[in-house]
Structures are given as C-alpha cells and as structure tokens.
Design a protein around this ligand. Structure first.
Ligand SMILES: *Cc1c(COP(=O)(O)O)cnc(C)c1O
Length: 429
C-alpha cells in the first residue's frame, strides 16, 4: 500500500493526539512502515532522520538489536502478570537498579504505565501523606510555562495555555510561581517564597521539570535554582516533586538532571526514555519515610490504593532493564559528551541569522528560537514540511525549532540534521 492509501484508511476512523484533525487536509499524515537506528521509513520508501526521538522516547533509535533480543527472551517466559499480589523478576531487577542510580534516600518505587499517571501518583501521594498525618493540604504549586501531562491532575499543575484553559472549571487547584526560565533566578525564588508563605500549611508539594521545560518551548534554567528551591521546600515543609519524564535517562547531559544540582527530590517521576520507546512504563520513586506513612492495618484507611491494569508490565520492565544495560555497556553518558559538543559547535551559526532570537542547549537538547513572524503564520509547519522533503524529521514547537536526537546518531547524522535545518531557517529570513 502507498502512503496516500493508508492515510485515507486512517482518517476514516482515527482521531490523532495533539492534532487539529482538519490540519490533515493540507498536511498529510505519514504512515511509517519501518524504523531502524536513526531512521524511519514510510510506505512510499522515503527515509527520515528521526531528530526528535519520536516524541523524546526512542533514545537509542528504532529497532535496537539488543533490546529486540531481550524482548524475545522475556516473551518466551512471561509477558504480563497482575502486579497486586504477584511480582516478577524484571520488576525486581529494575527497581533495584533504579534505586542504585538515583540519590540514596529514594528507596521505594511505585510503577505505572505513562508519564501523566506518574504525576497523578506523586500528587496523590503528596496530598495523602499529609492527610494520613492529620493535615489537609489541598494546594499544589508548579511553575509558569510548565507541562506535566494531560490527565486532570497533571493538567491542573501544568501551565499549558489552550491545552488547559478549556478545562479550567473542572480542575484541582494549582498555583503557578514564576519560572527561572523566563525570569531572573532570584526573582523566581522570591516569588516561590511569596507563594509558599501566603499559603502556609496548605501546600503539599511543588512540582518542577528539572533544568528544561520541554513542552514549554524548551525553556532552560540553571541547576542553582533547584538547589535554592530544595532549601525553600525544606524551610516550608513541602514536598518537591521532580518531573524527569522528559529529561531523565541522559537527555540533560547527565543520567538524571537532579545530579547537576546535587539535590534529592521527595518524589522522582520517570517515563519516556525508560523503555527506549518500546513500551509504555513509568515509575515514581520516593523515600522510606513516605512509604511508612501509608504502612498500616488495612482498616486504618491510610493505604495508597492507586492502580493501573498494566502497572509494572513484565515486558516493559524487561525492556527498561535492557535500556539500562545499554547505558552501562556502551558508556552512553560519557559518549554523549562528544555529541553534545558537536551540536554546540555546529549550531553557533544560527546566531548570525536575523530571524534567530536565541540558541540554547542543555545536554542532548538544543533549541533555536525564531523571531519576527506574524503570530498567525504557522512557521513551525512550514519548517517541518520542508525538512521532511529533505529527509529530516523535526517538529518545531511554535517558533522554536529544536533537536532531541537519539543517542545513536552518528556525527554525520547530527551534521545533516543541523545543516538541513540551518538552510531552511535561513531561507525564511
Ligand atoms: C511527556 C511528559 C509528561 C507526560 O507523559 P505522558 O506519558 O505523555 O503522559 C509529563 N511531564 C513531562 C515533563 C513530559 O515531558
């Protein structure tokens, strides 16, 4: 079948995520037949360099031989088993390994199956921790321009414009403090202090995206803000939730972004790269102290009874273990440093263009913010389509073009990604 035939079949029944379906009248959907390494291939035989790791999840590219082998092995034994009352080796191994990779106080893990659910779990646990101790703390604090997912709780703590405003009437209460990505760091910390003191005793947690607000146009800030925020949360006795769903697993340059601030959050949420794009899986990590607040006789009513059908799926956990093997065996974090340097050097040339406002980078994320376009011109779609014709898949966010390549990109592929994009951005002057 051809791209066009499949697209027509698709549009008869499927409502796609994050899409105005009417856009597909002009912007063809692309049916993908195959993926291997850095490339995906459509049904007409066109190949595209996947420069955004398929929405930031395929950190080792597509159809990785080692992960494929590990899935095959796991499938012979067990694909899934109920995770209440039962357990399995891949989950136990994964828990042990994640605990070893993260700060020492994070000793316990709750499994879920997508990023938004991990956020819901952290918010619910933070709220219930205080409730179990006889306090009511119904407020949550997050940052301006933040994104934490699409389910109702995750949406409530997000500051995602149109995505959220529609549902405003039916959301739980969250307060947005100034973000260091848009203001001076000390201004942002002062604002957080104001919010926490005005709502003293009512806030259960502060949730942030460490170092990079990815969906919020790849806005970046310094690790020093996180250090100050950690101290502030301690001063006011509120939990700090680190949403590393996008930046975890090497994206920020280190395995986890919190390492750069040398802090330990009370809750750490991980997903996306955890299975290298193979399976939906997420985890929430927290301390023994938090765990103990829910540990009691069943009838005491303090249990944390959250559950999802696919929680701790066996294949997903086996894949996550394979992902951690690759990090170890191939020394990924260290090897990425060279790629990070190359991206930095080769994207400097964007700074000479008049339509470029800023080039920013943190680890394996690089963003080029454009300027000077009418707000109704969808420059992102123009750039997306032209890059696609040249075999480069990028997906600009508004007027921000960004790269989040898989870690398997060769130097030549990184250069192609940057040069093709540069020529297109230059042509839009
Ligand atoms: C993607 C994302 C989420 C939501 O994860 P889903 O798996 O899409 O539900 C939450 N927080 C951040 C920072 C994300 O990038």
């Amino acid at each position: 079948m051809t791209n066009n035939e499949l697209m027509k079949e698709d549009l008869k029944h499927i409502f796609h995520p994050c899409s105005q379906m009417k856009d597909y009248e002009k912007l063809p959907l692309i049916p993908i037949k195959k993926g291997k390494g850095s490339y995906i291939q459509d049904f007409d035989g066109n190949e595209y360099l996947d420069c955004i790791s398929s929405w930031w999840v395929n950190i080792f590219g597509h159809s990785n031989d080692y992960i494929n082998q590990k899935i095959n092995e796991q499938i012979q034994d067990l694909e899934h088993v109920i995770f209440a009352g039962f357990t399995h080796k891949p989950a136990i191994d994964l828990a042990k390994r994640l605990v070893a990779l993260t700060p020492e106080p994070l000793q316990k893990i709750f499994f879920a199956d997508n990023g938004s659910s991990a956020i819901e779990i952290a918010l619910k646990m933070a709220f219930q921790y205080f409730k179990n101790k006889g306090e009511s703390r119904p407020l949550f604090v997050s940052l301006e321009n933040s994104y934490h997912g699409e389910t109702m709780g995750a949406l409530a703590v997000s500051d995602s414009g149109m995505y959220k405003e529609i549902y405003e009437d039916i959301l739980i209460k969250a307060i947005h403090a100034k973000t260091p990505s848009l203001h001076d760091e000390d201004v942002a910390i002062d604002d957080m202090r104001r919010v926490l003191s005005e709502n003293k005793g009512k806030v259960s947690s502060v949730v942030i995206e460490p170092l990079i607000q990815c969906a919020g146009s790849m806005k970046m800030y310094d690790a020093s803000y996180m250090k100050k925020l950690r101290a502030l949360c301690d001063e006011f006795g509120v939990f700090l939730i680190a949403d590393e769903i996008a930046v975890g697993f090497g994206r920020s340059g280190t395995m986890f972004a919190i390492e750069q601030a040398d802090i330990c959050p009370d809750f750490l949420c991980l997903s996306k790269g955890i299975t290298g794009g193979y399976m939906p899986l997420s985890v929430v990590m927290f301390s023994n102290d938090i765990y103990d607040a829910f540990y009691c006789e069943y009838n005491e009513g303090k249990s944390f009874l959250d559950s999802h059908s696919y929680t701790g799926n066996t294949i997903a956990c086996a894949v996550a273990n394979a992902v951690l093997d690759i990090f170890e065996n191939e020394n990924i974090i260290e090897k990425n440093q060279e790629k990070i340097k190359l991206i930095n050097e080769q994207t400097q040339k964007f700074k000479t263009l008049k339509n470029v406002q800023e080039v920013r980078q943190r680890g394996m994320v690089c963003a080029i913010e454009l300027q000077g376009y009418e707000s109704n011109r969808r420059i992102n779609l123009e750039i997306f389509q032209e890059a696609l014709k040249k075999g480069v898949y990028i997906r600009p966010l508004g007027n921000v073009v960004y790269f989040m390549p898989p870690y398997c990109f060769t130097n030549e592929q990184l250069t192609k990604m940057i040069d093709v994009t540069y020529e297109i951005v230059k042509s839009k002057l």
